[in-house]
Design a protein around this ligand. Structure first.
Ligand code: NDP
Ligand SMILES: CCCCCCC/C=C/C=O
Length: 329
């Protein structure tokens, strides 16, 4: 019999998550029935959505939500071979049993040279968020100017590079000078540290005096309220995330967005990546191709050991990650 380690939400987060809000437990797994598989997590993902979704969807004592790359260690299902790797959505668990219906096999064409953890990042959910958010929600066109915040993270770093692949000028910001240097290295035309600029308004104007056609917003709050005044006529805003607000205990207040929306006839659309998963294969194929061609660079912030998942999650919310935050079990 296999015993899984799991992390549960011991206490709902109040403000910024604390390690004491989590508890590690053990789960005894039953023997496999016909049609079932036993899997072990190899890489797990910590993502910002876990913070707002925990409040919306979870109760205290539930296993933390999340995805993993897992290896099949035992199979009583002829459709799945032992040793194959899948992406699963089974929460913060070291081992689990599946009937196979909720698993996505890694593409057979996955090259040996690429870490399988990319299936949780640049070639997974965050990469797909960038792909569909930029091409379908922002409807980016060659020659345009694109603004993205949280630009050195899992989604933002892909947004900026896809915009360059698509023939745009890209402006990005991040929360440290080393992240800004990374943005320049991967091809951003302009990059700045939003924590140290004296005026965000002036910095956005200087980076693109004519304004922005597309704004891929990962942050919300004050940044978005200022950036919206720098949109060009008919500009498009993809509301992807609002990480500056996830840990608020008191809701932030305006400024309000109606005037720039009206006068510049802007479009603003929120989206959830999974609504585009009927085209997931197309997105994965495109992202994988660009990575292999060297046009789409990746960086991973790898935390060793399952025991350190809460610390990795909290660190990611604090901005300690460059690129995708990953846990290697
Ligand atoms: N709509 C959708 O379907 C999806 C939305 N998202 C959203 O996209 C955004 C980025 O996610 P992801 O790329 O996975 O995460 P990241 O890898 O970008 O990690 C989060 C980053 O957010 C930045 N950050 C934290 N607090 C603040 C703050 N107060 N103000 C500005 N930046 C902050 C930090 O970088 P820094 O050092 O630069 O501050 C941190 O590294 C999130 O808002 C997330 O919720 C993600 C996936 C799907
Ligand atoms: C199978 C994992 C689904 C993740 C969906 C993430 C949507 C994110 C919203 C905001 O961060």
């Amino acid at each position: 019999m296999v015993t899984a380690k799991v992390w549960v939400l011991k206490k709902h987060f109040e403000g910024f998550p604390q390690t004491s809000d989590f508890e590690m437990k053990q789960e005894a797994l039953a023997n496999l029935k016909d049609g079932e598989l036993l899997l072990e997590s190899v890489f797990l993902s910590v993502d910002p959505y876990m913070r707002p979704y925990s409040k919306r969807d979870m109760k205290e004592g539930d296993v933390m939500i999340g995805t993993q790359v897992a290896r099949i260690v035992e199979s009583k299902n002829p459709a799945f071979a032992v040793g194959a790797f899948v992406v699963a959505n089974r929460g913060w668990r070291t081992h689990f049993i599946s009937d196979g219906k909720d698993l996505n096999l890694l593409p057979e064409s996955w090259p040996e040279s690429l870490p399988r953890s990319l299936a949780l990042g640049t070639i997974g959910m965050p990469g797909l968020t960038a792909y569909f958010g930029l091409f379908e929600v922002c409807k980016m066109k060659p020659g345009e100017t694109v603004l993205v915040n949280a630009a050195a993270g899992a989604v933002g770093s892909v947004v900026g590079q896809l915009a360059k692949i698509g023939g745009c000028k890209v402006v990005g910001c991040a929360g440290s000078d080393s992240k800004v240097a990374y943005l320049k290295k991967i091809g951003f035309d302009e990059a700045f540290n939003y924590k140290t600029v004296t005026s965000l308004d002036e910095t956005l104007r200087k980076a693109s005096p004519d304004g922005y056609d597309c704004f891929f917003d990962n942050v919300g709050g004050e940044f978005a309220s200022i950036a919206i005044n720098h949109m060009k006529k008919y500009g498009r805003i993809a509301v992807c995330g609002a990480i500056s607000q996830y840990n608020d205990t008191v809701p932030q207040k305006g400024p309000y967005i109606q005037f720039p929306m009206i006068f510049n006839e802007l479009s603003m659309k929120g989206f959830i990546v999974t609504s585009w998963y009927n085209r997931r294969e197309e997105g994965v194929k495109a992202l994988l191709k660009w990575v292999l061609e060297g046009k789409l660079k990746y960086h991973e912030q790898v935390t060793e050991r399952f025991e350190n998942m809460p610390a990795a999650f909290i660190g990611m919310l604090k901005g300690e990650n460059l690129g995708k935050a990953i846990i290697k079990v």
